[in-house]
Ligand binder design. Structure first.
Ligand code: FAD
Length: 302
């Protein structure tokens, strides 16, 4: 069967509608997987058609190229969750993180460090999302991985993921995707937990812009804060094309309406050079560029 004969596969879908930055050209093929079984089926078909494939969640850490993506983008919208007792739960990788966090807090389970982070469980595991000194990997027990080439499903423990600051092995593995995760959270006093969660949320609202962004553009270099370095270069409010460095938080780039991926990369390069010149520190990207030629994004990793 050819991929375009599959009824729910769409062609030439603009990826700007599937990222929080609202940037990105068309995906050659696009599919929304509502269930893990659909995801597995479509991966098999795409494999037979030898297409480049990328599974995304809510696109809150991705910069897609203006040329889009030359293969199949699968939006993971699998959304089952099962609370197993003692703070343990089993959750599908497409489950929205904000919804899970509010369900945990209702149960007096301490997921407060993840409050206000957009995206899905799969994206959070891939990036080892977190804030306020905590990360999702602190609560990680095990996960089921699906090998996109062989179709094999395996249950994997924490060691495999090699979790680091905003990084995991999953980010660099082109074969495996996570389909289900087991997490464990600790019980906390209801009033204390509600207070902590609302404080974190308030701080986020005060310090971060509400517009179209991908969260922090750069990782914090060891012992330093990326936003402070950018701010101290006098770059708050600086604009290139449709991309503006947020007045609220210098590590956030806002799409002012008609920004392109090209504007975003130009700004990233400009900021990297300014910070390097002034502080001799090379900023590293926290966002993931997708659909670009290697040479277009080489400066990010040089
Ligand atoms: C306003 C704002 C605030 C933010 N604040 C924070 C913060 O405080 N802390 C923080 O850590 N992040 C933050 N982020 C970034 C982002 O929300 C997180 O990294 C989030 O966990 C990404 O999830 P996603 O579903 O959007 O992933 P996507 O952006 O869709 O994907 C990110 C990567 O994960 C991969 N991926 C997604 N699902 C799977 C899967 N099932 N299996 C394998 N790989 C997969 C994708 O292929 C891609 O490589 C913020 C973003 C925004 C827009």
């Amino acid at each position: 069967m050819q991929i375009n004969e599959f009824p729910e596969i769409k062609e030439n879908v603009l990826l700007s509608g599937y990222t929080t930055l609202k940037i990105g050209g068309p995906a050659k093929y696009f599919y929304t997987a509502k269930k893990i079984i659909d995801l597995a089926k479509i991966l098999q078909l795409a494999g037979k058609n030898r297409l480049p494939i990328k599974v995304i969640g809510q696109g809150s850490k991705i910069l897609f190229s203006d040329n889009g993506f030359p293969g199949l983008i699968i939006k993971n919208a699998s959304n089952d969750v099962e609370f197993l007792g003692n703070g343990i739960l089993k959750v599908a990788s497409g489950y929205p993180l904000p919804l899970l966090i509010s369900q945990l807090i209702e149960r007096n389970l301490d997921a407060s460090c993840l409050v206000g982070i957009p995206g899905t469980i799969g994206g959070a595991i891939c990036n080892n999302a977190g804030a306020w000194g905590g990360t999702i990997s602190d609560s990680f027990l095990s996960a089921q991985l699906l090998n996109m080439n062989s179709g094999e499903i395996s249950k994997i423990g924490k060691h495999w993921f090699q979790f680091e600051y905003r990084n995991s092995r999953l980010k660099h593995d082109t074969e495996q995707i996570v389909i289900e995760v087991n997490l464990k959270f600790t019980q906390q006093n209801a009033a204390e937990l509600a207070k902590k969660a609302s404080e974190y949320l308030k701080l986020r609202q005060e310090k971060q812009p509400a517009g179209n962004t991908c969260g922090s553009v750069f990782k914090n270099p060891e012992g330093k804060i990326a936003g402070k370095l950018i701010e101290d270069c006098g770059l708050k409010g600086h604009q290139i094309g449709g991309i503006k460095i947020s007045e609220k938080h210098a590590n956030f780039f806002e799409n002012t309406g008609k920004a392109t991926a090209c504007d975003f990369l130009k700004m990233a390069e400009f900021v990297i050079n300014k910070v390097l010149e002034k502080f001799k520190v090379k900023l590293e990207p926290e966002f993931q560029p997708l659909g670009f030629d290697a040479k277009e994004v080489r400066f990010l990793y040089a």
